[in-house]
Ligand binder design. Structure first.
Ligand code: ZLV
Ligand code: CA
Ligand code: ZN
Length: 414
């Protein structure tokens, strides 16, 4: 392990719960929560966990989720899922030869059911169509999964606000497509919005940076009308690529005008042009906006060989963006997001946990890892990127994007 920063004194808080990796969207579904366990195992086996404060993820409470989401939508999700949660725990208990559901869990289910009945919510004929689209299926324990993912992002905010950490990490968060009362793009509850709202109780300005291959539409929409959050998303755009928003000219509305920044790109982006775009834009954003805190969504579907994304980044290129944001010395929260070639996702997030700690981890995957076989045939951290990929972005088009973004940022009053 090599020390990469002179400043390794930054305290890192890392949030994890093994339960999160056990949920399943479905056999054919590209989103695999198991990648969170795989990333965690690398983090443990590389010895990184010894250098951080490791916290157990708790479930966000219904009241906390209400800070952003529509109460009827939450009750819909929680009531609809509570039977599933019971089934999930039953399945879990029987798989582990535990015949009785732990009393405390049972009590919690009863409370949820009672609360939702009090609210007289009917699940039939509901306007909330979770489960209707294959992108957002219902599955065993769905609501618990949402509560864990968002509980961790909220606690990331707390660990920064209390000064316990300079960098906080939740690889199970980053679910940037969820809307106030709508699930979309594999996301149901927007942990990022909940995290940022918590930060806004103290901080004046929060910068959101999104390097997932998809546009961070849910987060952008939530803060489209405010100047207290600047949202900045780099993404693939065009040819019906999901979700179809995030044009260069979507800049925000009212006092929020020019506080939404979008960098839409065509497929094939490789390290060099991507990092150049990233640095040119984030350096100007930092200079103009001077945020009190940075929330970075590190979706790993912008890596080469991803099953959904069309970019061609290496782990080093992806990580260089994290390293660059860290270099400003502003408190920072790192969240996960997309990433569908799971062995590369876990490699990437382990490497970026190292970056947070100022440690460059070894190229050889630790051989004691339970998922070692996933890293065949090379068993190396840095996988070879796809060769002969055409970058469909012309340099002049990328330069035009940068100059337009600079123009927009120049309208922000200092
Ligand atoms: O990485 O999906 O294109 C953060 C994130 O940003 C669509 N969904 C929707 C809109 C109409 N379509 C098709 C519905 C397909 C449903 C099943 C798949 C199944 C197998 C393989 C690929 C997909 C898929 N779905 C690929 N792209 C989609 C997108 C949603 C992408 C969400 C990205 C989430 C976590
Ligand atoms: Ca993005
Ligand atoms: Zn994505």
């Amino acid at each position: 392990m090599i020390q990469t920063d002179s400043d390794s004194s930054r305290r890192v808080a890392y949030f994890y719960n093994r339960f999160i990796g056990k949920f399943q969207y479905g056999k054919e579904h590209p989103m695999k929560p198991k990648r969170i366990i795989m990333a965690h195992n690398l983090i443990v086996n590389y010895g990184l966990f010894r250098q951080m404060d490791v916290y157990l993820i708790r479930e966000a409470q219904l009241q906390e989720i209400r800070k952003f989401h529509d109460p009827d939508y939450i009750i819909y999700l929680s009531q609809f899922m509570s039977q599933n949660k019971i089934n999930f725990v039953k399945e879990y208990c029987s798989a582990n030869n535990e015949s009785v559901i732990p009393e405390n869990l049972l009590e919690e289910f009863k409370l949820i059911i009672k609360w939702s009945q009090q609210q007289k919510i009917k699940t039939e004929n509901s306007e909330f169509k979770v489960g209707d689209s294959p992108d957002n299926p219902t599955f065993s324990g769905l609501f618990s999964y949402c509560q864990l993912s968002s509980g961790a992002s909220i606690d990331c905010a707390h660990s920064i606000l209390t000064g316990q950490a300079d960098i906080a990490i939740n690889w199970s968060g980053g679910l940037h497509h969820a809307k106030k009362k709508e699930a979309s793009g594999f996301c149901y509850i927007n942990d990022i919005v909940l995290c940022i709202l918590e930060l806004l109780r103290v901080y004046v300005r929060v910068l959101y940076v999104d390097i997932d291959c998809h546009h961070g539409d849910g987060v952008e929409e939530a803060f489209y009308l405010t100047n207290r959050v600047m949202t900045l998303s780099f993404h693939q755009y065009g040819d019906d690529f999901y979700p179809g928003t995030g044009q260069l000219n979507s800049v925000g509305v009212g006092v929020g005008r020019y506080y939404s920044v979008n960098v839409p790109m065509k497929p094939g982006m490789s390290d060099e042009p991507y990092i150049e775009m990233f640095k040119k834009i984030t350096s100007r954003v930092m200079q103009v906006y001077r945020p009190d805190c940075i929330v970075m969504q590190c979706g790993a579907d912008s890596l080469s060989l991803d099953k959904l994304g069309g970019f061609n980044l290496s782990i080093k290129g992806h990580g260089a963006c994290v390293q660059y944001m860290k270099s400003f010395g502003t408190p920072m929260i790192l969240l996960g997001g997309g990433g569908y070639t799971i062995s590369n996702v876990s490699r990437c997030w382990a490497y970026e946990t190292g970056i947070a700690l100022g440690q460059q981890i070894d190229q050889a995957i630790p051989s004691n890892d339970i998922y070692y076989d996933y890293y065949s045939p090379d068993y190396l951290l840095h996988f070879p990127i796809k060769q002969n990929v055409e970058n469909r972005n012309k340099t002049e088009d990328l330069n035009k994007i940068v100059s337009t973004v600079y123009d927009y940022l120049s309208y922000i009053e200092n």
